[in-house]
Design a protein around this ligand. Structure first.
Ligand code: COA
Length: 324
């Protein structure tokens, strides 16, 4: 038994923030952002919680599938920007779409969150515990970004997307998944407060500790190395190598990371899916947003080998090989 992706779906909030808009907010330039990151614009959720973005993506997945909300067995939401600490964002999504026969929970593995959730859903399906699973990555990064910090505010965006997984007895679907984490790097990217370590206070707000802090340059170097090695691990498990890959769908953190990985592994021209130019880094939503775009534009077709890979705080990295 394998788990096959039978539908994708996505949602992006309406408001668009361009690099030129950011020029008016912090000391930056369209040229710097394009050259250093590949980003041109990002979507921003103004008055919408993460669950609303996720529910809209879920409706799109359902519209592209042959099941209805009441058929969903397992509903996972990967996010680092939950609606609130308790309950899980997935609970609100369940309510919004009426998936009352599902059990639901959130997964937090930062920008690798979708991949971690995909691996959980895969395991549940392969073991026979569920007959289908919806996996959504959803983020409102704009709510945890310090809009006065040019080193982070130009990078992130909001959005939601996901997939439906169903069982198959054919040699298709998820062929391998590899996950890694390393807590020794926990300070590379973090939101220090509020939490049980540093509870909410006026001081944490005044010190701007409620926003993302990132050591971008160190993260960049680790991302390149680790994405290459974990992708090789996943391909080895599937008894394949990089020459078998039709499409690489990576976490969209930086265009230079995606190009760097593609070059190092001799992926071949045009095989890396790139959406960072118009989405920015949407953390757990980035891989399913790119995947959904590649499916809907007819790039990814039945039988294609798709390599998914991710890198996130602090530190998580992963890869999966999927036969579409
Ligand atoms: N506009 C203009 N200049 C900026 C800037 C901005 N928005 N942000 C930083 N700079 C400046 C810095 O101050 C620095 O100036 P200096 O040389 O005078 O000190 C210079 O640009 C280079 O900064 P650096 O941080 O070394 O840039 P970089 O090439 O590493 O690019 C990132 C920064 C964040 C785009 C890049 O490191 C990155 O993408 N990292 C990985 C992010 C990631 O994967 N995150 C975790 C997983 S989601």
């Amino acid at each position: 038994m394998k788990a096959k992706i039978t539908a994708t779906g996505a949602y992006l909030p309406e408001k668009i923030l361009t690099n030129f808009d950011l020029e008016k907010m912090v000391d930056t330039s369209d040229e710097w952002i394009r050259q250093r990151t590949g980003i041109e614009l990002r979507h921003i959720a103004e008055n919408q919680p993460t669950s609303e973005l996720a529910a809209n993506a879920a409706e799109d997945i359902l519209a592209n599938s042959s099941i209805s909300a009441s058929d969903i067995d397992l509903l996972l939401v990967a996010t680092v920007t939950p609606d609130q600490p308790l309950p899980a964002t997935a609970i609100f999504v369940q309510e919004e779409i009426g998936a009352y026969n599902a059990f639901t929970f959130d997964v937090n593995a930062a920008c690798s969150g979708f991949m971690y959730a995909l691996s959980i859903a895969n395991a549940y399906i392969v073991s026979g515990m569920v007959k289908n699973a919806m996996v959504i990555g959803a983020e409102t990064m704009s709510k945890i970004i310090d809009w006065s910090d040019r080193s982070t505010c130009v990078i992130f965006g909001d959005g939601a997307a996901g997939v439906l997984l169903e069982p198959t007895e054919e040699d298709e679907g998820v062929l391998s998944v590899v996950l890694h984490s390393d807590g020794r790097y926990s300070d590379l990217m973090r939101v220090p407060a509020p939490g049980s370590r540093i509870p909410c206070s006026k001081k944490v707000i005044d010190d701007r500790d409620i926003y993302v802090k990132m050591k971008g340059n160190e993260t960049f170097k680790l991302a390149l190395r680790n994405i290459v090695s974990v992708s090789k691990e996943a391909l080895d498990l599937a008894k394949m190598d990089f020459s078998d890959v039709n499409w690489m769908v990576s976490h969209q953190a930086n265009r230079r990371i995606i190009d760097g990985v593609a070059k190092r592994v001799n992926l071949g021209e045009g095989k890396a899916i790139v959406t960072i130019d118009r989405h920015g880094n949407t953390a757990a939503a980035s891989i399913p947003l790119a995947l959904d775009w590649a499916v809907k534009t007819g790039k990814i077709k039945k039988g294609d080998i798709v390599l998914l890979n991710s890198f996130g705080a602090s530190l998580t990295w992963s890869a999966a090989v999927v036969r579409w």
